[in-house]
Ligand binder design. Structure first.
Ligand SMILES: *Cc1c(COP(=O)(O)O)cnc(C)c1O
Length: 395
């Protein structure tokens, strides 16, 4: 046993040397714009809870009621012991919200990507990904066995070149090969947007399928927070829409939105759905409450707050490579050790911001990832700017 542990400790020591070591920090209260870690209070600019819904009374009441009525656990996978009503209510709400014919939920967004991509494509098919898509999409693509091609981030010329290559090589008259394109709408670590209209036009031209991950746009962008695809008017031309219920929606779980045919197929073929215990009913009920909330006047007011805070930051902080179209603002530092040191110095000023490093982003592309919330106040933004300025960042 000791040689096993020694081997792991040696590997971890190498991560330390490279500035790539990670550790958990225990928080003893509900997440929010202020958190307490080890007795120290921090202003929190690290959460994906963009609308402050994770601790919202409407979600907590819905979750509590679901526990009272349906219990704490689901007992088995939905195909084995019956599919609890809160999942069906959630999927109906999602399909109406996203204006897709149907929706299917998974225990996480990660599981949604894994189950869906591996169900849709296999070794005779091609999958084409943007260079910066989330790890769950990369893992799913590898697991699917499909031929994998990556195009340079948001580069339409490179994208079309890959599509053309796949079409000429694999879509010969008698072949059944499929081409699946996967991109995010708002990219998780850069906060920039994919050119979805152009991507849709090219996928139509080449007869491919398109999957768009709206993890960081759902609840935030588009009418009623429907997402970027809705804002750009291409929602009905995307075969597979995906997202998480755990970010702006403040709950937990992942979803796929699309046709009834897609959902019925996934119920039969998505292994992460079939072979996994259904999520707790409380999570589904909380997510349903969130979906109703984001479409209401209250939801609109929260989005207004969020974008007001982003606007305040944008007008006072001098930074180049960000487009401010989302709640995510990366401050690029490059060197891993530099990013870790900057995050530590900010913690010294009671500001909590994560240093994002390899393997979440490429080596040498380390950054501070600032994420904003509707629950932040103008004074919080001012404090963040002052904290960054003290490190010589954005002055
Ligand atoms: C967080 C995230 C996921 C995974 O969703 P979870 O519900 O957290 O598993 C998928 N895609 C993107 C782009 C994400 O940022």
């Amino acid at each position: 046993m000791s040689s096993f542990n020694d081997a792991l400790d040696r590997r971890r020591a190498r991560l330390h040397e490279q500035g790539l070591h990670r550790e958990l920090r225990r928080v003893d209260a509900a997440p929010g714009p202020r958190i307490e870690i080890g007795g120290q209070k921090f202003l929190n600019f690290s959460s994906n809870d963009y609308l402050g819904l994770a601790n919202h009374p409407a979600l907590k009441i819905a979750a509590t009621q679901a526990i009272e009525k349906f219990g704490a656990g689901a007992g088995a996978s939905r195909l084995i012991c019956g599919s609890l009503a809160p999942f069906h209510e959630l999927e109906e709400s999602l399909a109406a919200f996203k204006k897709t014919g149907a929706a299917l939920t998974f225990s996480t967004g990660y599981a949604a990507a894994l189950g869906t991509i591996t169900a849709l494509v296999g070794k005779d098919d091609v999958i084409i990904l943007d260079k910066l898509v989330h790890a769950c999409i990369v893992d799913a693509a590898k697991l699917s066995g499909a031929k994998l091609r990556i195009f340079a981030h948001n580069d339409l010329n490179d994208f079309e070149a890959k599509l053309k290559w796949a079409t000429e090589k694999f879509r010969t008259p008698n072949s059944e090969s499929r081409i699946l394109i996967v991109t995010e709408s708002i990219f998780s670590m850069d906060g920039d947007a994919a050119p979805l209209r152009e991507i849709v036009a090219l996928k139509n031209k080449y007869g491919a399928w398109l999957m768009v991950d709206e993890a960081h746009a759902t609840g935030i962008l588009g009418k009623n927070g429907r997402g970027l695809a809705d804002e750009l008017g291409v929602s009905d031309q995307i075969e597979i829409q995906m997202g998480t219920l755990g970010k702006a929606l403040g709950a937990s779980g992942g979803y796929i939105g699309g046709s009834r045919a897609l959902v019925d197929f996934l119920v039969n073929r998505a292994r992460s759905f079939i072979f996994s215990t259904a999520p707790v009913p409380a999570a589904a009920a909380a997510a349903t409450a969130a979906i109703h909330l984001v479409q209401s006047a209250d939801g609109e007011a929260l989005r207004k707050n969020l974008f007001a805070r982003l606007g305040e930051f944008n007008s006072k902080f001098k930074i180049q490579n960000s487009k401010f179209g989302s709640a995510i603002i990366p401050v690029m530092l490059g060197d891993e050790a530099k990013a870790v040191a900057a995050a530590a110095k900010l913690r010294g000023q009671n500001i909590f911001v994560p240093a994002i490093r390899y393997p979440t982003v490429a080596r040498g592309a380390a950054r501070l990832r600032l994420t904003f919330s509707a629950a932040h106040r103008p004074a919080d933004v001012a404090e963040l700017i002052a904290g960054l300025n003290q490190l010589g960042i954005g002055t």
